[in-house]
Design a protein around this ligand. Structure first.
Ligand code: IPM
Ligand code: SF4
Length: 469
């Protein structure tokens, strides 16, 4: 009998082509998602070496980071963005890769369209030149971000030379309180593990809270695995997963689906499988969280106060907190609920799916943006999410409140396109990174859930959604 294995062990074992004495293994890659930012040099390298793409049929391209989110979307005024977008399209034509055009209804953020198209499947290995590829782990896929040189390697060989990570179980017990979402769980885990806590590990999220999450919620959670230092995060596929996948355009159908289901049902970690480490988080104790600093681990309950740098025992953490607070323009002891915000961003690969928009709309419904809000964007993760939201009337709830209803893309998550937060202003943002300058030079980001961002929009400050819902 073979030793009990984790979900990660099983996917890893299934994809080994050969192992080497130094402990690395050549791994077959089942799915490769690509976008405009991390592919131009990889295609150039391939061209220079006179190679073709090994498996264009396992590759799917979509532009997302640089695309304007205004309607009409073209022309693109920034020459660098325009060049990158044109290069992606031309490269896909030259190398025979399926490309979802900027004007196609299927276009969207790479990590939203993968699952939506049924390109993301349980048990597969999946890569993209993008750190938030961890999102797809929600399906029980081993999915992780790679660099441009690895993108070229996958283009040429459909393989990667990898060293196996260790297994870390993140068990979330109990049940979530009223208005607490997957984003709060993700932030709680970042706070608990810290940005280096997951380094060298693949995380497996488990326990009753994870089982109860929707697929959208699991995607939100896995999306932020990278912010806790892990390259990948996984959730065991279950009936919810299979129901989400079945019927998607690129998912297996008929007899093939039956065959796949039989395999997918065996993927979950065996009882007694060995985890190198386990972290247990009490889900019932998670409050609505916001970030106060410039790292995703800088989390605090919205009902709390801005921490004092002196509260950190570690001198390097203390110094980092001082720097963060100076950048964020916050004084220790300030009540988070007294912090005004001027910008609202509901979007990004963390929180731009239909469930996220529904949660925000529920809070916004019947209200107006607070008078001090200067910019409030809702950016659906894909054209299909946008269409679904419009069919449900969510766009009108947002626009009647004073929000801008945009076209899909990465948008204000990072300053690579026209959507930016002005220097010195704050943004209540549903994205995943609050780094210095992330949303524009001098921009101050507070990460939170869509419902919390909606609460901030109508109160004009960081607000406890439980007081409004
Ligand atoms: C531009 C891209 C390479 C980058 C990433 O890898 O994550 C971006 O998506 C981000 O979120 O910072
Ligand atoms: S939405 Fe943000 S985090 Fe996600 S891929 Fe785009 S830039 Fe990266």
């Amino acid at each position: 009998m073979t030793a009990p294995r984790t979900l990660y062990d099983k996917i890893w074992d299934d994809h080994i082509i050969s192992t080497r004495d130094d402990g690395t293994a050549l791994i077959f890659i089942d799915r490769h998602l690509i976008h405009e930012v991390t592919t131009p040099q990889a295609f150039a390298g391939l061209r220079d070496a006179g190679r073709r793409l090994r498996r264009p049929d396992l590759t799917l391209a979509v532009p997302d980071h640089n695309v304007p989110t205004t309607d009409p979307r073209l022309p693109i005024h920034d020459p660098e963005s325009a060049a990158q977008l044109a290069a992606l399209k031309a490269n896909c034509e030259e190398f025979g890769v399926e490309y979802l055009d900027i004007n196609a209804v299927e276009q969207g953020i790479v990590h939203v369209i993968g699952p939506e198209q049924g390109f993301t499947l349980p048990g597969v290995t999946m890569v993209c030149g993008d750190s938030h590829t961890s999102t797809h782990g929600a399906f029980g896929a081993l999915a992780f971000g790679i660099g441009t040189s690895e993108v070229e390697h996958v283009f040429a060989t459909q393989t990667l030379l990898l060293k196996k990570s260790k297994n870390l179980a993140v068990t979330v017990t109990g049940s979530l309180g009223y208005s607490i979402t997957a984003k709060d769980v993700a932030l709680a885990i970042c706070g608990e593990l810290g940005t280096a806590g997951g380094t060298g590990f693949v995380l497996e999220y488990r326990g009753p809270v994870i089982e109860a999450l929707s697929m959208e919620g699991r995607m939100t959670l896995c999306n932020m695995s990278i912010e806790a230092g892990a390259r990948a995060g996984l959730v065991a596929p279950d009936e919810k997963t299979f129901a989400y996948v079945a019927g998607r355009p690129r998912a297996p159908k008929g007899a093939e689906l039956e065959q796949a289901l039989a395999w997918w049902r065996q993927l979950a970690s065996d009882a007694n499988a060995h985890f190198d480490r386990e972290v247990i988080i009490d889900g019932s104790a998670i409050a609505p969280l916001v970030t106060w600093g410039t790292s995703p681990e800088d989390v605090v309950a919205v009902t709390g106060v801005v921490p004092s740098p002196d509260s950190f025992a570690d001198p390097s953490k203390r110094a980092a907190a001082e720097k963060s607070l100076a950048y964020m323009g916050l004084a220790p002891g300030t009540r988070l609920e007294d912090v005004p915000v001027e910008n609202i961003f509901i979007g990004s690969c963390t929180n731009s799916r239909i469930e996220d928009l529904r949660a925000a709309a529920e809070i916004v419904k019947g209200h107006r943006l607070a008078g001090n809000i200067r910019q409030a964007l809702v950016v659906p993760g894909s054209g299909l999410v946008k269409r679904q939201a419009e069919a449900e009337g969510l766009d009108r709830i947002f626009t009647e409140a004073g929000f801008e209803w945009r076209e899909p893309g990465c948008s204000m998550c990072l300053g690579m396109n026209p959507d930016k937060v002005p220097a010195g202003e704050r943004c209540a943002s549903t994205s995943n990174r609050n780094f210095v300058g992330r949303q524009g030079p001098g921009a101050r980001t507070h990460l939170m859930s869509p419902a919390m961002a909606a609460a901030a929009a109508i109160t004009g400050r960081l607000a406890d959604v439980r007081q409004l819902a």
